[in-house]
Design a protein. Structure first.
Ligand code: ATP
Ligand code: MG
Length: 140
């Protein structure tokens, strides 16, 4: 499997509880290298653009309000099979369904406030990275 890059977010529920370092330690222990990272505070509109794919879902407004309620940490992770590996380390969307040892099992508060985001495929990874980072900010 080739070296890939994926896009990751440490969500407001996690930054509020000072869990950035604990989550980064999990990512790094899994072999993912943080090649870009910044702490930002999204507007509701910016969150809406990022999650536009979910605009018809019943939880869309709640999701955009949550994602713009406190700072987030946006990251680019690099490694072997990074997209799938990150999804594995994150665990299932709903922490009640997440496997033992995953970030969401350990830290997530609910299906909405679930601590992390990870891209779900190569096209979304490329688009999400480009939404938040310039090429100059990606430092392997
Ligand atoms: P993410 O895209 O954040 O990595 P995911 O791919 O596991 O998570 P999606 O189905 O893409 O899950 O949903 C995006 C986000 O929307 C979830 O991470 C969660 O924060 C929120 N969400 C999903 N389902 C629900 C729900 N039933 N109720 C409230 N919020 C939800
Ligand atoms: Mg998703």
């Amino acid at each position: 499997m080739a070296i890939q890059r994926t896009f990751s977010i440490i969500k407001p529920d996690a930054t509020r509880r000072n869990l950035t370092g604990a989550i980064n330690a999990r990512l790094e222990a899994a072999g993912l290298r943080i090649v870009a990272q910044k702490r930002i505070f999204l507007t509701g509109e910016q969150a809406g653009v990022f999650y536009a794919v979910h605009k018809d879902r019943p939880f869309y407004e709640e999701l955009c309000a949550f994602m713009s309620s406190a700072p987030i940490v946006v990251q680019v992770l690099e490694g072997e099979d990074a997209i799938a590996k990150n999804r594995e380390v994150m665990g299932a969307t709903n922490p009640a369904d997440a496997a033992e040892g995953t970030i969401r099992k350990e830290f997530a508060l609910s299906v909405g406030e679930n601590s992390v985001h990870g891209s779900d495929g190569p096209e979304t990874a490329a688009a999400e990275i480009a939404y938040f980072f310039s090429g100059l900010e990606l430092v392997g």
